[in-house]
Design a protein around this ligand. Sequence first.
Ligand code: TRP
Length: 357
Amino acid sequence: MTRPPVLGVPLNDAKTDDLYLDLTQSNQRLNSDQELGYEVLVGLSSLPKRLPSHLIYDDRGSELFQRIMGLPEYYPTRCEEQILRAYAREILNSVAKRPFNIVDLGAGDGKKTMILVEEAQRMKVDFRFVPIDISAGAMRGLVSRVRTEHPDVAIQGLVAEYTAGVRWLASQSDGRSNLVLFLGSNIGNFDRANARGFLSRLWASMRVTDRLLIGFDLKKDIDRLLAAYNDSEGVTAEFNLNLLDRLNKELEADFDRSRWRHFGTYNVFSGAMESYLVSMEHQTVHINRLERLFTFEPWEPIHTEYSYKYLPADMDSLAADSGYRVEARFLDQDGWFSDDVWAPIKRPVEADLSPAE
Ligand code: TRP
């Protein structure tokens, strides 16, 4: 059975009226099929071809990423867990003077965040846990786990992208402070310019008493980086290739995985790990729901993700450029990863408007 195309439905076709999109009306929301369709259409029509990295995290992708986090070569998760265990109390003290929310942008399985949540419980402070993730499967798992294992933790899960999380923050007027978590190498997914843009938007949604806990993967031995993104079990390759399966399923595409390979490389100049899916031969792929054929030349890449690596000086200038003061910097023992606590710098007049200390 073929479903109707998700894009480009003619205006005058009464039967498909509900699929017609007037993009000039800003209140016209795209459904998730249409959004996926547009992103894929735009990405595969670009040169070089690319697909947005968040598409990798469907439920299966999210599961695979949880496996990656447990791999011996994938150091960031272990480094960050070590940091959170060592400094949980200090981190929480930055907001714990009054009731607060722990808002986790991109919570995934929540394993790292639970280190903070459990410490907050031990501190007997008044807090709510607000995990946000684009994978509904991951969120369901996390919420039900917290409900059974920590029945007294107030939790409100949100299935959404980061930006919706930021909007959620801005919409809150309950007088609680927020500890906003942006852990792992989430910030690394943005190039430098977009990292500033994202953090500036986040800044606008934060009040003076809020704090951002932000993870940075630091520049280190290139071989260690390469190993982390090209693991020996091939889980990362599977994770990246799963994106093709997703397009096959959700957009009725006919990508043949055996004609593609995962390639992860480090760009020393830009400081980013880059992941690609590379077409190993000339091929034409039909994406039925886009009503389009896409041709790939031998060794033509689709770019799928960046993971920018930082120097401490890069973190300092990113903070300054996007309106934050670096309040604390916590490194793991090897100095491979950092979790920074950033405070938004707001002018006094705005500070006066925020709820009393
Ligand atoms: N962006 C994450 C990171 O930098 C997740 C990730 C790890 C990833 N390996 C990947 C994303 C390979 C795409 C392809 O660690």
